[in-house]
Design a protein around this ligand. Structure first.
Ligand code: 3EB
Length: 302
């Protein structure tokens, strides 16, 4: 008899030193399996499905919710909780892990699109008609564990939300991409005495609102890097996410196909990464079925 023991590490997020890692579950292909961006968090209670933490000026929250009542409903409910919990603050970054993101749900609508609908309705209900101006940086990728998992960071400092001039703002995508557009900004910059924290959203091969080079890794990497350079400039970081005071740069690279790891890592080491960057490569389905790769960055002063 042989027993197969999986040694594939799974992505977890630690919301502060000494905290219990919050399991995301995505297969880690290379790099650090435990993401820790915010140090020194302490638990500060719960709100709805959310567990809340305070880390310096940051309010952090994490939740894993059952999607059996329907993904749109679950997203709307959970985002209602997030908006309530961060009422006195400003949302700066949200990480979304959406079950079977490219599969069709019971109503026939793709799960990502159902998620987008619930999320958008929650933002609109909370902020009213001008909700687009309040949308923070985000990412939304697939997972396979049957729960919608979301982590957010909010701050008392008024942030700047930025767009990439080469891309239509996601919140203005036309209806061909779904009944409600995705609710996020391309980047969010949060000022602080130690220097700004910069959140670059999940960035992929999208120009205007069209997918570039469907299914073609090499061309999508070129386009994604150009988009990263453009949003980097918009954030005042020059073309390489590097201008200004010293920052720790956390990159997360989502790959649809594990076989694309070597080519992607080689490309990024040649064109973007530096020796002291923190990098994690994970396998994840990306919100458009023809996208192979998505890259996010978080720059923390110090
Ligand atoms: C895109 O640019 C690619 O729905 O929160 C990137 C970042 C993407 C965030 C989201 C989706 C989201 O539309 C996908």
């Amino acid at each position: 008899m042989s027993v197969f023991v999986s040694t594939q590490p799974r992505l977890a997020v630690t919301l502060g030193e000494g905290g219990q890692p919050f399991e995301i579950g995505l297969p880690v292909l290379a790099g650090e399996p435990v993401e820790q961006i915010f140090p020194h968090a302490r638990p500060v209670g719960r709100r709805g499905a959310l567990t809340l933490f305070q880390a310096g000026m940051w309010l952090l929250g994490a939740a894993k919710v059952d999607i059996r009542p329907g993904l749109e409903h679950a997203a709307r409910q959970l985002y209602g909780d997030i908006l309530d919990a961060s009422r006195q603050l400003h949302l700066a970054r949200i990480w979304n892990y959406v079950p079977d993101i490219n599969a069709a749900g019971p109503a026939g609508l793709e799960n990502y699109r159902a998620f987008c609908r619930g999320r958008s309705l929650a933002f609109e209900a909370h902020f009213g008609a001008s909700f687009r101006q309040q949308l923070p940086a985000a990412s939304a990728v697939g997972c396979h564990d049957g729960a919608l998992t979301v982590i957010f960071a909010a701050t008392p400092q008024a942030p700047r939300h930025l767009e990439n001039p080469l891309q239509v703002p996601a919140y203005d995508y036309p209806p061909e991409h779904g009944p409600r557009p995705p609710s996020f900004a391309r980047a969010t910059v949060v000022p602080a005495p130690a220097g700004p924290t910069v959140f670059i959203s999940g960035t992929a091969a999208i120009r205007g609102h069209a997918t570039i080079a469907p299914g073609d890794l090499a061309h999508q990497l070129d386009c994604t890097l150009e988009n990263l350079r453009e949003i980097s400039r918009a954030c005042g970081l020059g073309p390489d996410l590097a201008a200004g005071p010293r920052r720790t740069r956390h990159f997360k690279v989502y790959l649809r196909h594990p076989a694309d790891l070597a080519a992607t890592a080689a490309f990024l080491h040649e064109h973007l990464l530096r020796p002291d960057d923190r990098v994690c490569y994970v396998q994840a389905d990306i919100c458009r079925a023809s996208l192979c790769v998505e890259i996010e960055a978080t720059l923390i002063p110090g």
